[in-house]
Design a protein around this ligand. Structure first.
Ligand code: PHE
Length: 441
């Protein structure tokens, strides 16, 4: 018997947990700020409505229909599509490998603040820590093993149970951080940076960023939602759940903007890109803020919960495939897979230290994985999904599945079908070409 979620609430919590992660806390605030504030936000919301909801419904529907891992799900539609599932497995594996590097750093920072230490010189601290060989790998391995433990526990007793605990806690911590953020002196400056629309910044790059962010943040294009959907009971309402998850993720992303940007501007810092935002600029703020250590601790705990609930979805994608294909136990599968992720994760970690000069295609291993995932694998995966669901399985069959054989109403089904068949793949394709520099707009 395949495992199932205890309820659709469990599915929503687990899926929202998968969606809310570093994408919201880290990528979203600076993307919005740098790519035109409110103007970017409007574009992002349009992509959420056009692409986010429809692809989530398609993924969840396919997963529940097939009740299988992602390779099995694609294969059920057509045996020739198994490779699309394989691509998802590869994406999840690469993604977990580099995500766990940041996961390890987060644990290190959380521990530092928990033990009451304040960082006097965050820049030097960060540079020193990340360039070491042993320490970052040690914390990365802890992050991978914690993820492995939850996935090993299974769907209801592992992923669902922990998501139901961690997500509400995360929400409370985020609200505390956001309220603190917007009540700091000069918070308005950060809010203005976040939300003031600058339509002159809407260029091809903005479109690429906005779409990439929709995929990354909603965990689409690599089969996370297919996998989670495959544990849904036939009675549950997929459409409702698939609207709820992107909505929760988007609300949380906006709250993250309020939590993170005002403090930076309040202390005269800007929103830097990449790792330094979270690991240098914010600790600098905490070191100057009243009760900064407490807020530093709250913040890194929050980020840790967000990261773990996301990484379990990555590991579950591969674990589901592995257990169902090679008929090994969950315990053995998670052990083997975590070892594999550690092996691939080590060069990612070292690319901030001894391997920083080692470049492939002009990028460090870490950056290469990141670009490969967001710019190529996720969009390609999503296009394949649209073709598989919209053209091969067929809109009528898919609608029958998501409406529980016609017993639930889905008034917008024609629009959904049109989006999945034509609009979503076309938009992704154009933006993908622009992102690769093949199409100049
Ligand atoms: N959505 C997660 C985040 O925002 C990242 C993620 C992508 C998780 C794909 C699972 C699958 O951090």
């Amino acid at each position: 018997m395949r495992e199932k979620w205890k309820s659709s609430f469990g599915f929503v919590m687990a899926s929202a947990g998968a969606a809310i992660g570093l994408g919201n806390l880290w990528r979203f605030p600076y993307l919005v700020g740098n790519d035109g504030g409110g103007a970017f936000l409007i574009l992002y919301l349009i992509f959420i409505v056009l692409i986010g909801f429809s692809v989530t419904i398609a993924e969840a529907g396919l997963g529940r229909y097939a009740a299988s891992n992602i390779v099995g799900s694609f294969r059920k539609i057509h045996p020739g599509l198994a490779f699309a599932g394989g691509l998802g497995i590869l994406s999840a594996y690469l993604l977990f490998s580099y995500y766990s590097v940041i996961g390890g750093w987060i644990i290190k920072y959380a521990v530092t603040y928990l033990t009451g230490r304040s960082l006097e010189n965050p820049e030097a601290y960060f540079a020193d820590f990340t360039s070491q060989v042993f320490q970052p790998i040690f914390f990365q391995v802890i992050f991978i093993l914690l993820t492995g433990f939850i996935v090993y526990k299974g769907i209801a007793k592992g992923i669902e149970k922990y998501s139901k605990i961690l997500l509400p806690v995360l929400f409370v911590l985020l609200i505390v951080t956001a309220v603190r953020g917007i009540t700091l002196p000069n918070a308005m400056e950060g809010i203005r940076f976040f939300l003031e629309p600058d339509f002159s910044k809407l260029t091809a790059k903005t479109f690429v960023d906005a779409m990439g962010q929709v995929f990354f943040s909603l965990s689409l294009g690599l089969g996370a939602v297919i996998t989670y959907g495959s544990y849904l009971d036939k009675k549950e309402n997929i459409i409702k759940a698939s609207v709820l998850v992107p909505t929760i993720d988007t609300i949380m992303a906006v709250i993250c903007g309020f939590a993170i940007l005002p403090p930076l501007f309040s202390f005269g810092l800007g929103a830097s890109q990449g790792p330094s935002l979270m690991f240098v600029s914010l600790p600098l703020v905490f070191s100057k803020m009243f009760m900064g250590n407490l807020f530093g601790m709250i913040f890194f705990l929050l980020v840790f919960f967000a990261a773990v609930t996301s990484s379990i979805s990555m590991l579950e994608i591969i674990t589901a495939y592995f257990t169902e294909t090679f008929h090994v136990s969950r315990k053995k599968a998670t052990l083997i897979l975590c070892t594999g992720v550690i092996l691939l994760g080590i060069p990612c970690s070292l690319s901030f230290g001894v391997l920083s000069d080692f470049h492939l295609f002009g990028l460090t291993v870490f950056d290469l994985f990141d670009k490969l995932i967001s710019n190529i694998l996720l969009p390609v995966g999503a296009i394949l999904l649209c073709i598989a669901v919209g053209h091969i399985w067929g809109v009528k069959n898919a609608v029958r599945e998501v409406t529980n054989q016609g017993t639930l109403s889905f008034r917008l089904w024609r629009i959904w079908g049109f989006l999945i068949r034509y609009i979503v793949p076309a938009v992704i394709f154009v933006v993908f070409l622009a992102g690769m520099g093949i199409l100049r707009v």
